[in-house]
Design a protein around this ligand. Structure first.
Ligand SMILES: *Cc1c(COP(=O)(O)O)cnc(C)c1O
Length: 591
């Protein structure tokens, strides 16, 4: 059912020339806008920030994801800390532009029709990065197939494999139908790795996949780049051969087996991506190393994640930066020049963001926090390895140090995946412990439904950003980067990005590396009691200097402009001067 390119152009509002997109970025989740619930957490926010930076830096990039008509989920918490979940239906028809082509892909032995929607991300100079949302909700599909693009990370492994087939194979088919001819296909995590089979099918052009030659495989590899995000083997997507055969059919399953995409008797999506990529990377220095050990037969590079500065810096601070370092929007590296801003100006802009956080807490919980008291925030997915309850391992000590040091206000937020009982237990424990500990000196609140806008308010308005992952489970982490850009230092175990970002006493503090969790908690209390709280309450000028260094030193590096520059140089077009030169005219023209 391919549609001629003329029809595509006719239906396409901005008449873009699809051929000019040289990089196709595939991600199961993308945080495109706060009111589009097609993301669950860090992976989707990273994808969205990547696209926003691609638009700012005029990269010829197009993105592909699923439409997720029912979103991820809205979290509700009962007074005693039990999480319940609700769908987040949204209306793509009202918010996206329809595209003409419909592609047919084979799932479970029959054709499933995939259509697409488009939303443009517009950069600082007007450059456009289109996001293609794949959708199977067509009345020509049967009821089961129509629901394949409903729930992000919903359903069971069978549903997931069907979704990954839509993303990978459907995405390649739609791009081809649009007339896109990307040079680079970037898989953001293994969910997208079936795109390689889509490309291999195009390569063998109707032939049997099992007859693909080494040259065919190399042709696919020459286009593919893979970013892995998970530092533990159990985190990688795997499916039984049985399921693979049911969903993908015998030929593709045998081909995947023949080409080394299986591991421990399972189809392993990470191995699919590894096998078919010419460049592979982890998302921080240590994560690259850990991944190399996990996949010794592959050369795994590292490109440390970042965040999109203009998305995450709070409005009051943005105004200050526009005055003092106007180039920061086009080039986030200029945040380094925040070192030339007076610390008290940074502190006063941060106070505005802090008041916003305080009023959000009041609106949502009825609890009034004090502006002149220290606010510590802990907000992230409630996964067991993040150890949200480490602060409560010695409640008496926490209560005592809050009283002796001048007061602590703690704001929590975070969702547990609906199937993650351990994560739900942690939320329950935090809320229970909070209820017992609340006093004049120690105020603890847990905010419902952590998502984009709440994340921005928290990372912008807190005084300290806390993170306590069990090493080496945090591949990168990005919320601390958002905090840093807002002048908010971190206290964290040395894991993920913090290994690179922590300059002790200058950009924040490290929780000591101990084998034993009690000792780590001990170090957490000790840093709060002996260094952080005394500095905050008694040496405000020194504190403001730390805020400034967080922005200047960490903000200027841990951003997606720098990250994308590294992808272009090392992953997309390594050593390929003619191709890289191709960007330059575009960069100049759009200014
Ligand atoms: C930034 C962000 C994340 C990722 O933060 P981590 O530090 O990687 O846990 C998750 N959820 C939301 C809503 C975010 O804004």
């Amino acid at each position: 059912m391919a549609i001629s390119s003329q029809e595509v152009l006719d239906s396409d509002v901005s008449h873009s020339d699809w051929k000019r997109f040289q990089i196709a970025y595939f991600s199961m989740e993308i945080a495109v806008a706060p009111d589009i619930p097609t993301y669950s957490g860090g992976l989707g926010v990273l994808a969205g920030d990547t696209l926003r930076s691609a638009a700012d830096t005029a990269l010829p990039l197009i993105a592909v994801t699923l439409v997720h008509r029912k979103g991820y989920f809205r979290q509700h918490l009962t007074a005693d800390g039990v999480q319940t979940e609700e769908d987040q239906p949204w209306n793509p028809e009202a918010m996206l532009q329809p595209l003409a082509p419909v592609a047919a892909i084979t799932i479970q032995g029959h054709p499933v029709m995939v259509r697409a929607w488009r939303k443009d991300i517009v950069g600082v100079d007007g450059h456009i990065v289109p996001v293609i949302f794949l959708d199977t909700d067509l009345d020509t599909n049967d009821a089961w197939d129509r629901e394949l693009t409903d729930h992000l990370y919903g359903g069971d492994t069978f549903y997931r494999l069907c979704q990954e087939t839509v993303l990978g194979m459907g995405g390649v088919a739609i791009l081809t139908a649009l007339g896109c001819q990307p040079i680079v296909y970037h898989m953001n995590e293994g969910h997208a790795s079936l795109l390689t089979i889509g490309l291999l099918e195009e390569q063998v052009n109707g032939g049997n996949l099992l007859d693909a030659t080494a040259a065919d495989l190399d042709a696919v590899r020459s286009h593919c780049v893979f970013t892995t995000h998970t530092p533990v083997p159990a985190g990688h997507d795997r499916f039984s051969f049985d399921q693979a055969r049911q969903v993908l059919g015998d030929e593709r399953t045998q081909a995947l087996e023949k080409f080394g995409c299986c591991h421990d008797g399972m189809l392993n999506m990470t191995y699919v991506a590894l096998r078919f990529s010419r460049y592979i990377n982890g998302v921080a220095m240590q994560h690259g190393r850990v991944s190399s050990e996990m996949f010794p037969e592959y050369n795994v590079h590292a490109i440390t994640n970042g965040v999109h500065a203009a998305t995450w810096i709070q409005p009051a601070m943005q105004i200050l930066l526009d005055e003092k370092v106007p180039s920061w929007r086009r080039d986030n590296l200029y945040l380094r020049f925040a070192i030339g801003i007076a610390p008290n100006e940074i502190r006063s802009r941060h106070s505005e963001a802090k008041r916003q956080l305080i009023s959000t807490v009041a609106e949502r919980t009825g609890v009034s926090l004090h502006e002149d008291r220290f606010i510590l925030a802990f907000a992230r997915r409630a996964a067991a390895y993040k150890r949200a309850d480490m602060l409560f391992s010695d409640p008496t000590r926490l209560a005592r140090l809050a009283e002796e040091c001048g007061g602590i206000q703690i704001v929590y937020a975070g969702k547990a995946h609906p199937h993650d009982d351990l994560g739900k237990d942690i939320i329950h424990h935090v809320i229970e412990a909070s209820a017992q500990l609340n006093s004049d000196w120690l105020r603890i609140v847990y905010l419902e439904n952590y998502e984009w806008e709440l994340g921005a308010i928290l990372t912008g308005g807190a005084d300290l950003w806390l993170n306590t992952p069990r090493r080496p489970y945090e591949a990168s982490g990005t919320s601390g980067m958002k905090a840093a850009m807002n002048g908010v230092p971190s206290l964290s175990t040395l894991d993920g990005w913090w290994i690179e970002g922590c300059i002790e006493g200058a950009t924040g503090w490290a929780i000591a590396e101990c084998d034993d969790e009690t000792q780590e908690a001990e170090s957490l209390y000790e840093k709060l009691e002996n260094e952080i709280l005394p500095l905050y309450y008694h040496y405000p000028d020194k504190w403001a200097e730390i805020m400034r260094m967080s922005m200047a030193i960490n903000g200027s590096f841990f951003n997606t402009h720098r990250m994308l520059y590294q992808y272009v140089t090392n992953a997309y077009f390594p050593g390929d001067a003619p191709l890289r030169r191709k960007f330059q005219p575009e960069l100049v023209l759009t200014r």
